[in-house]
Design a protein around this ligand. Structure first.
Ligand code: ACM
Length: 464
């Protein structure tokens, strides 16, 4: 929900529509603010422009007329994020801007844009035109879980020009949202290899149409590394974010004569390149295997164990455990849920998730993988109200009561109604939310946890 302020002391009376006296006070926490509301008017003090933005949002949500009193507030975590996968389904710029508005409304401050994957390359790169003329388009899209083998037979694609991305970055910055770009490498690269087969290991086929991970990965020649550096330079030119996503997840090694150590060396080279530009690597927790580069920020996604491994290795970490924060996973066992995949992941599961207690934890993010979300409308159905629960979890404070949240939620849903957000109704899916044409494949939590434990054996020093 729009996170509740940490300390609210209300007094009788209301603010009589007077102007706001707002100023930065460097003594306050960077994103924190203090609101003094009296019949004479409003005094807003904040640690930064972001704090002023959050204070004004709170004020707007209080009234009119706003009650009198004092509100002191600051977020618990500096990284309050959402990943939007624009690779599996391309989202046009206006949809991305609307999504930015919706996350800023919830005082979230990071939009992790997953720009490339096996099924589509979405960022124009000067000098590499086939990345978008070929790599941004696939001939068909899978309907539902890959276990069913169904395809729609319709081409899908799109990409962002440099101007589009600059517009997204600027729009987000005005709302105190940092856009963290990700170009996933050296795996999840089939779209790029379809455009430029010389980047691969002999694969000469199209952009992947099926879901799931391609075995066609980058070769690690000097020419291919130069390509990766060129792409990262362009990304750094567009996105001011200090951390730059280079993926690193789920990279099969069977096309390489060497093994996992080749990926470790590759990641180190990319980290070196980013460091020379004053940037740091943001990578999935697979980059911990064999040692992640110093200063790398780890996105811990394979269940809850990798966050602990990142902390043990001294890395800053953003928690996004799939079983608690993957919003493509099904919201209920109602047979009318669209394309139910993953484990059951309720509103309460999101609300009650608690990241490990360590100064290395920067915060948390929800990940919205869009294999089964063909439009922003579908994204909104999967994201809300679970993103409202995430917003309260990352803003804090730590002690939270789900019953209290659930009691306040209907009032907030009225706000979302006013904005036309296609959230999932609390009573369950509407008839037209169902996707019988795109059947799912629900997973059992115990099975998934056992699988995650096996997948992360190397992080515990056990054989893979
Ligand atoms: C991921 O879900 N492969 C990061």
């Amino acid at each position: 929900m729009i996170p509740r302020p940490h300390s609210v002391r209300l007094e009788p009376g209301t603010v009589a529509g007077s102007p706001v006296d707002s100023r930065i006070d460097p003594e306050l926490p960077p994103e924190g603010y203090l609101l003094d509301l009296s019949p004479e008017g409003v005094v807003l003090r904040a640690g930064s422009d972001a704090g002023l933005f959050y204070g004004r949002q709170t004020l707007a949500q209080l009234g009119p007329p706003a009650p009198c009193g004092r509100i002191e507030d600051a977020p618990r975590f500096g990284w309050r994020g959402v990943l939007l996968d624009v690779a599996r389904h391309f989202m046009p710029v206006p949809d991305v801007l609307r999504f930015v508005d919706l996350i800023a409304l919830h005082k979230l401050n990071v939009l992790h844009l997953h720009l490339t994957d096996d099924q589509g390359w979405r960022i124009e790169v000067p000098g590499w035109p086939r990345l978008t003329s070929v790599g941004a388009w696939r001939s068909s899209t899978m309907l539902g879980s890959r276990v069913h083998g169904l395809f729609d037979g319709r081409p899908h694609g799109g990409f962002y020009t440099t101007a589009d991305l600059r517009r997204i970055v600027a729009y987000a910055a005005q709302r105190h949202v940092t856009v963290v770009p990700e170009v996933d490498m050296p795996g999840h690269m089939q779209a790029a290899i379809a455009a430029y087969p010389a980047l691969g290991n002999g694969f000469d086929g199209p952009v992947r149409t099926g879901w799931g991970v391609s075995h066609h990965v980058l070769n690690l020649s000097e020419e291919t590394l130069a390509f990766c550096r060129r792409v990262l330079d362009h990304v750094c030119d567009i996105f001011p974010s200090e951390v730059i996503g280079i993926g690193g997840d789920e990279c099969p090694t069977d096309e390489w004569p060497g093994g996992r150590e080749l990926q470790v060396a590759f990641t180190a080279r990319m980290a070196e390149h980013l460091a020379a530009r004053g940037r740091r690597v943001y990578g999935w927790d697979e980059i911990l295997a064999g040692g992640a580069p110093a200063g790398a920020v780890v996105a811990a996604w394979r269940g809850t164990e990798p966050a602990a491994a990142a902390i043990r290795a001294g890395h800053q970490v953003v928690c996004c455990p799939d079983v608690r924060l993957y919003l493509d996973y099904r919201q209920s066992d109602d047979p009318g849920e669209p394309t139910p995949v993953g484990t059951l992941l309720t509103l309460e599961d999101v609300y009650t998730y608690e990241p490990p207690d360590s100064p290395l934890v920067l915060g948390a993010q929800a990940n919205i993988w869009t294999e089964h979300m063909e439009s922003l409308r579908r994204v909104e159905y999967m994201a809300f109200p679970r993103l409202c629960a995430l917003a309260e979890m990352v803003w804090g404070p730590a002690g939270r009561d789900f019953a209290d949240f659930a009691a306040r939620l209907p009032r907030h849903l009225e706000r979302l109604d006013a904005l036309g957000v296609n959230y999932r109704p609390l009573a369950g899916p509407r008839p037209d939310d169902a996707r019988p044409d795109a059947p799912g494949h629900p997973r059992d939590l115990a099975d998934r946890l056992a699988e995650l434990h096996r997948m992360t054996a190397d992080l515990r020093g056990e054989p893979e």
